[in-house]
Ligand binder design. Structure first.
Ligand SMILES: Nc1ncnc2c1ncn2[C@@H]1O[C@H](COP(=O)(O)OP(=O)(O)OP(=O)(O)O)[C@@H](O)[C@H]1O
Length: 283
C-alpha cells in the first residue's frame, strides 16, 4: 500500500531529518506511528501524502509516486492533520462541498460516526469546540472509505470518553483493503486499537512489527527483584519493576507500548535485536 524507498528529507541542509529511510505498509492494518517530539512524524506523513516532497528517494501509494499528486491517488487518500482549519459552514454544507472529491464517501456512515461522537450534524464548523471539530473531521475521513487514512495526533484535544469512542469507531471502520496510520506521542491512546507499531527515531524507522510478532518474542510483566538481571529492559515504576523479558514459554502477553517505546528509543539494542530477528534466527 505504502512503499517508501531511501527517503531523504530536510527542511534545512544543516539539519537532516531522514536519510535513506525505508518503510513498507500493508493493507488490513492499523499502524501506530510513534516518535519523540520533533522526531519527524508529521513530516513523514506529509511526505507520504504528497504535501512535502522527498529530496531523494520516493514515497509511493499503490505504486504511484505521491509527490505527483495524481487525482487517482488523492481521491483514495484522506489525511487528518494535527492542526485543523475548518470553514465557517455547517457540517452538512461541508459534506456537500467536499465529499464529491471522494467517490467512496458514505453519508450514512458519516452520520453514524457523528452520532457516536455526539457531534451535531447541523452545527457550524467554526462554532464547534476544537475537540468537536476534530471529531467531525475524523468522522468525515473515516466515511471517505479511502484505501489509506492517515491521522496525525488525532486524539489531541479529545476528552477521555471521546478517546474511548475514537478507539471503538476506528477499530470498527477498518476494511481488509484499507490501511490506517495514526501518529501519536500519547502511546496509551492507541491501546487496543493498533495492530502494528512503527517507531521513528534518529531519522529512521527502527521498528515496524505487528503486536502479535512482538509478543511472540518478548513478554511484558512486573518482575521480582532477582529477575531484573535477566531482563532485557526494566523501569522502576509505582507498580514495581516493569520489565521486558525474552518470551521463552511461548505465551503471549499484552504489549506495553510505552515500555517498548522507551526501551527502543533509550538505545537499548537487546529488545530491538530480539524483536527484529528473523524467525530462523530466533529458533
Ligand atoms: N515547515 C517547517 N520548516 C522548518 N522546520 C520544520 C518545519 N516543520 C517541522 N520542522 C522541524 O522538523 C522537525 C520535525 O518536525 P515534525 O513536526 O515532523 O516532528 P513530530 O515528530 O511530528 O513532532 P511532534 O511530536 O512534536 O508533533 C522539528 O525539528 C521541526 O522543528
Amino acid at each position: 500500500m505504502v512503499e517508501i524507498a531511501d527517503l531523504t528529507f530536510f527542511y534545512s541542509k544543516k539539519k537532516m531529518l531522514f536519510e535513506k529511510l525505508n518503510l513498507s505498509l500493508k493493507p488490513g492494518h492499523i499502524y501506530g506511528l510513534l516518535g519523540k517530539n520533533g522526531a519527524g512524524k508529521s513530516t513523514l506523513l506529509k511526505n507520504i501524502t504528497g504535501l512535502a516532497f522527498p529530496k531523494e528517494g520516493s514515497c509511493r501509494i499503490k505504486g504511484v509516486d505521491s509527490s505527483k499528486r495524481m487525482p487517482s491517488v488523492l481521491e483514495d487518500l484522506y489525511f487528518v492533520p494535527e492542526e485543523i482549519y475548518v470553514p465557517a459552514v455547517s457540517i452538512k454544507q461541508y459534506v456537500k462541498d467536499t465529499a464529491l472529491f471522494y467517490p467512496k464517501f458514505d453519508s450514512w456512515l458519516f452520520e453514524k460516526y457523528l452520532e457516536e461522537f455526539e457531534v451535531p450534524l447541523n452545527g457550524i464548523l467554526t462554532k464547534l469546540s476544537f475537540g468537536q471539530q476534530k471529531k467531525a473531521l475524523i468522522s468525515f475521513g473515516l466515511a471517505c472509505c479511502t484505501s489509506l487514512l492517515i491521522m496525525d495526533e488525532p486524539t489531541n484535544g479529545l476528552d477521555i470518553p471521546s478517546k474511548a469512542q475514537f478507539r471503538k469507531i476506528v477499530a470498527s471502520a477498518l476494511g481488509e483493503e484499507q490501511c490506517i496510520i495514526i501518529s501519536t506521542h500519547q502511546v496509551r491512546d492507541l491501546d487496543n486499537l493498533i495492530d502494528a507499531i512503527l517507531v521513528l527515531h534518529n531519522g529512521r524507522i527502527i521498528l515496524n512489527k505487528n503486536l502479535d510478532e512482538i509478543s511472540e518474542r518478548v513478554s511484558f510483566r512486573v518482575l521480582r527483584e532477582e529477575e531484573a538481571v535477566e531482563a532485557l529492559y526494566y523501569e522502576n515504576t509505582v507498580k514495581g519493576l516493569e520489565g521486558i523479558v525474552q518470551n521463552k514459554n511461548g505465551w503471549s502477553s499484552r504489549v506495553d507500548m510505552e515500555l517498548l517505546f522507551n526501551s527502543v528509543t533509550a538505545g537499548n539494542h537487546d529488545v530491538l535485536t530480539l524483536i527484529n530477528k528473523s524467525d530462523e534466527q530466533f529458533i
